[in-house]
Design a protein around this ligand. Structure first.
Ligand SMILES: N[C@@H](CCC(=O)N[C@@H](CS)C(=O)NCC(=O)O)C(=O)O
Length: 263
């Protein structure tokens, strides 16, 4: 399904849980994983970023940044994967994914998973020449709604210097090292039980590995990914479509050479 539901209904009249996004996005995957871990009934709606559906007025009305994911629950719209995790944990506390002894540390982990999205996952995607170029006629829209992404495209995008590429490697390695160390003598980030921290962090190493990042220096992370993937939440609604993503990277690299796009 697509964002058509937003065009045909008032947001307040949309009942149930609806997640808007795209299956190749690590941010979308974070929210989808939480919904599956909570065993909730939900519908997904695809937002085609290449067609700039994220800037359709109906979508901007529920997410002024024009990003994915966004969730609607019984007429309430929430955007930002971190906010969606917080909301779901508070509205649907059973089963609980709160680590009661380390709750504030847990939310810090959740925040740190999402805060550096552009420098880490996006940085790696563009460093490996597989990110989405921006169509020139959309520059003003980005300026208004998502200036952070535009700044990244102007300063880095497909034309990173060697130093910038090294920076991207370093920041991703630092993130993975932190994760690996936290898992050195326990099954989950904060101990013996899964928590929101694990749900928030899982998509990034999976996404990075799919787009070419070497995870082998981080054996605890690799074991943890397998452990997490043995859970029922690892299903076709939450799986990163690795092959599709790789094909998309080739296409986007080709598209970036088109004169109507900035990259
Ligand atoms: N902090 C946001 C970031 C969301 C985000 O940047 N999503 C990307 C896809 S992974 C997006 O929507 N990009 C839109 C664009 O580049 O136009 C979150 O955690 O949900």
């Amino acid at each position: 399904m697509s964002i058509q539901i937003l065009k045909n209904n008032k947001v307040e009249d949309i009942k149930g849980i609806h997640l808007f996004g795209a299956s190749g996005s690590n941010n979308y995957m974070r929210a989808a994983l939480m919904l599956e871990e909570k065993q909730l009934n939900w519908q997904s709606h695809s937002v085609n970023l290449l067609k700039y559906e994220q800037f359709e007025p109906e979508y901007l009305a529920i997410n002024p940044q024009g990003s994915i994911p966004t969730m609607i629950h019984d007429g309430i719209a929430i955007y930002g994967s971190e906010n969606i995790l917080k909301y779901l944990e508070s509205i649907f506390p059973n089963p609980s994914f709160i680590n009661k002894e380390k709750e504030s540390e847990m939310w810090e982990w959740v925040e740190s998973a999402t805060r550096t999205h552009i420098e880490t996952a996006i940085g790696y995607l563009y460093k490996n020449k597989g990110g989405r170029p921006i169509r020139k006629d959309m520059v003003d829209t980005y300026k208004k709604n998502n200036p952070e992404k535009l700044k990244f495209m102007m300063e880095r995008g497909y034309h990173m210097t060697i130093e910038q590429e090294q920076e991207v490697e370093n920041i991703n390695n630092a993130k993975m090292l932190m994760l690996d160390e936290s898992l050195s003598n326990q099954d989950f980030i904060l101990g013996r039980k899964i928590s929101v921290a694990d749900i928030a962090w899982l998509p990034d190493p999976i996404f990075l590995k799919t787009i070419g990042f070497n995870l082998s220096p981080y054996p605890n992370v690799e074991k943890w990914i397998k452990r997490m993937q043995n859970r029922p939440s690892n299903n076709k609604r939450t799986k990163l479509p690795a092959f599709k993503l790789k094909v998309a990277m080739f296409y986007l690299k080709w598209l970036s050479k088109n004169k109507n796009y900035i990259h």
